[in-house]
Design a protein around this ligand. Structure first.
Ligand code: ADP
Ligand code: ASP
Ligand code: MG
Length: 412
């Protein structure tokens, strides 16, 4: 039997009624002759609640226990989904990550899937089971502890199962009917795309578009998984959604494919450090050892042999960055005057493979922001994206103005 993977996100399993609607959809695919692997998220809001409980109990928590707690939301929905399917006379059972087992590395709270043995589930399909419901987001480490894959990780579970089982398709059911030119929740002119290339989706995801977890797109690209994003709310079960595919399969595209944002960023400046070899290495090794995910970096021109070093990182990691740099101040020649933290920034990015061959996109982006009176604090570029750090209060405005200026509401 051909295998299909269907993943239902938090809002699609938010209550028993939604679980029933999702299960009906699964039933439709079973009736077509598929063996289905259903990946479920926790009910919407559940994972946030669990994270909150952990932080309240133990702010610098043991990451293994963090995973033990936050993975539990998915266990509930997996069991409920299997029960709902059984009530519909569809032979189904649930699997927690460790039962499959979804083998991951030991990087708790951000683990990577290393292997998914297929024999267990395949044997059950052979015995007449039609649906394997698997709890997303979780796995088991080489030490036998429960791991989680990072926020949004059920998408990655889904794609990894599709690759392991050589599934015909991996369908990601969510609360929007596809991938849009930007987040439809902050820009009403956002347009749904029929197709988007892996490269562009990868950039959009890593720059903040949470519709797919970045790692899931990486895996789909590597293992050539046919990946589709669609709504679990539309009545019509064959609404096409968005196909994430190879660049060659897309006939026409705009120079800019989409705009992404990341709201909760901070900018930190290490004031007046010596401008000599080894200083940047010292600062950024220290931050990396402390588990700070540094994103953008700029070094100012130096005066009298001293310079300022600015970097950005997620807002909730600033305290860790301050502690780590504070601890090495004066140590091994790292003298700096002070740390200046700007906690109220956001990152806005434009993405498009057309930028490889067309110049002027950066100039246009900066002009648009300046016309809106928005000051740019830091800039980074790559072959197919340009990102800027701006005051958070202008984030929505910047996204909408860029969406208008690059005419993303129109098909190229
Ligand atoms: P799920 O719980 O189903 O995994 P998520 O909340 O993780 O859903 O992701 C879906 C959300 O992603 C949408 O509700 C939307 O607000 C947001 N989003 C951000 N950027 C985009 C985009 N470019 N296209 C579609 N959705 C986007
Ligand atoms: N429940 C997890 C989260 O909210 C994983 C997921 O939904 O993808 O991050
Ligand atoms: Mg998600």
């Amino acid at each position: 039997m051909p295998v299909l993977v269907m993943k239902f996100g938090g809002t699609s399993v938010a209550n028993l009624d939604r679980i029933r609607r999702a299960a009906k959809r699964v039933g439709v695919e079973v009736a077509k002759g598929y063996d289905v692997i259903v990946i479920v998220s926790a009910m919407s809001g559940k994972t946030n609640e669990l994270v909150g409980w952990v932080n309240e109990t133990s702010p610098l928590s043991d990451a293994r226990e963090y995973d033990a707690v936050v993975s539990s939301g998915e266990n509930v929905t997996a069991g409920l989904m299997a029960l709902t399917l059984q009530e519909m006379d569809v032979p189904a059972r649930s699997w927690q990550g460790w039962q499959v087992p979804v083998k991951t590395n030991g990087a708790h709270s951000a683990a990577r899937i290393e292997e998914i043995p297929t024999d267990n589930i395949t044997a059950k399909f052979g015995e007449g089971m039609k649906v394997a419901v698997v709890a997303g987001f979780q796995g088991i480490s080489p030490e036998g502890r429960i791991t989680t894959l990072g926020r949004g990780g059920s998408d990655t579970t889904a794609v990894a199962f599709a690759a392991a089982f050589d599934a015909e398709r991996c369908d990601i059911y969510t609360d929007v009917d596809g991938v849009y030119t930007t987040d439809p929740r902050i820009c009403e002119k956002a347009r749904k795309l029929d197709k988007i290339s892996f490269e562009e989706m990868l950039e959009l995801a890593s720059l903040g578009a949470k519709v797919l977890q970045t790692r899931s797109v990486e895996l789909a690209m590597r293992y050539k998984v046919k990946l589709r994003v669609l709504s679990s709310f539309e009545e019509q079960s064959d609404a096409a959604g968005t196909l994430v595919c190879d660049e060659e399969e897309i006939m026409e595209s705009n120079v800019v494919a989409g705009v992404a944002y990341s709201r909760d960023e901070s900018k930190v400046t290490v004031m007046s450090v010596a401008d000599r070899p080894g200083i940047a290495a010292k600062i950024f090794t220290t931050l990396s050892d402390a588990g700070v995910n540094v994103d953008m970096i700029v070094q100012n021109i130096s005066e009298d042999g001293r310079t300022d070093m600015t970097f950005s990182c997620p807002q909730d990691q600033v305290a860790r960055a301050e502690n780590a740099l504070g601890a090495i101040k004066g140590d091994g020649g790292l003298n700096f005057a002070e740390l200046v933290v700007d906690p109220g920034v956001a990152k806005v990015s434009v993405v498009g493979i057309g930028m490889r061959s067309q110049s002027g996109v950066a100039a246009k982006m900066f002009r648009v922001l300046s016309d809106e009176g928005i000051n740019i604090k830091v800039i980074t570029t790559s072959e197919i994206k340009i990102s800027v750090l701006i005051d958070r209060k202008y984030m929505e405005l910047a996204v909408q103005a860029l969406h208008d200026a690059f005419e993303l509401d129109k098909v190229a």
